[in-house]
Design a protein around this ligand. Structure first.
Ligand code: ZN
Ligand code: FE
Length: 256
């Protein structure tokens, strides 16, 4: 079994992702921001869509489902049990501890509430791949809309604990704005400064900054570094409770 991952820009700043198992021919879309570019990518690769795996109920992640189903009526729609009624039309409802099979690929489901109350992420342990939706972004995290800040922080810590080599795919290309913010709250982090320079260059060329890795994020993403003395010092919160530091980071980013 060889897994191929194809990432494509959708809408203004979303990413669509296709995960293909060359052994069985099965192909999953991770979220469905926009049917047309996903169908074009399937066609270009000669892949047939067998599964649609949704991370959360927001329109920019589910609105492409009807268009995908129009072309692939047998595609199975999988999504978070806790948001099943808001999304509608799920064939399989999943939560933490469940395993989703796409051909020969096993995807573990993690509950990652915070951005939305029932948000989930999908993890392929065999190939160190994480599909984080709008929970974790490169150098950032999703807005905390439907749960307490502590809940989001714990979801992020769960993802941060995965192996460093894990490749992380995210719902949006927000990295440039995230990098500029990160520099303001972790000013002495040399690795972050280097990465921010790279990100400016990559985005100038119109190229994607994703996927990222867990190792890179734990070293440079301030939202995973609430316990870091440098971040705490920049916020004037030395020795602060990590959830309080995370909350301050998230509130500053909301206004940035
Ligand atoms: Zn969202
Ligand atoms: Fe989104």
């Amino acid at each position: 079994m060889t897994i191929h991952v194809h990432q494509l820009p959708c809408l203004a700043d979303n990413y669509g992702v296709l995960v293909h198992d060359s052994g069985t021919g099965a192909t999953a879309a991770i979220d469905a921001p926009d049917a047309a570019p996903l169908l074009a990518a399937l066609d270009a690769n000669g892949w047939k869509l067998t599964d649609i795996l949704l991370t959360h109920h927001h329109a920019d992640h589910v609105q492409g489902v009807p268009g995908l189903k129009a072309k692939f009526p047998n595609a199975r729609v999988v999504g978070p049990k806790k948001e099943a009624s808001r999304i509608g039309g799920l064939d399989v409802e999943v939560a933490e501890g469940d395993n989703v099979k796409v051909g020969g690929i096993d995807l573990a489901v993690f509950d990652t509430p915070g951005h939305t109350a029932g948000h989930i992420a999908y993890y392929i342990a065999s190939d160190d791949l994480l599909f984080a939706g709008d929970t974790l972004f490169a150098l950032g995290c999703g807005r905390v809309l439907e749960a307490p800040m502590a809940t989001m922080y714990h979801s992020l810590m769960k993802l941060a604990a995965l192996p460093g080599e894990t490749q992380v795919y995210c719902g949006h290309e927000y990295t440039l704005s995230n990098a500029r913010f990160a520099l303001t709250v972790d000013p002495d982090n040399n690795l972050l400064a280097e990465r921010a320079t790279e990100v400016e260059e990559i985005r100038k060329q119109g190229k994607p900054t994703l996927p990222t890795t867990i190792a890179l994020e734990t070293a440079t993403n301030p939202f995973l570094r609430a316990e870091d003395p440098g971040v705490q010092k920049a916020l004037g919160m030395e020795g602060g409770d990590p959830v309080a530091v995370f909350t301050e980071l998230r509130e500053r980013k909301n206004k940035f």
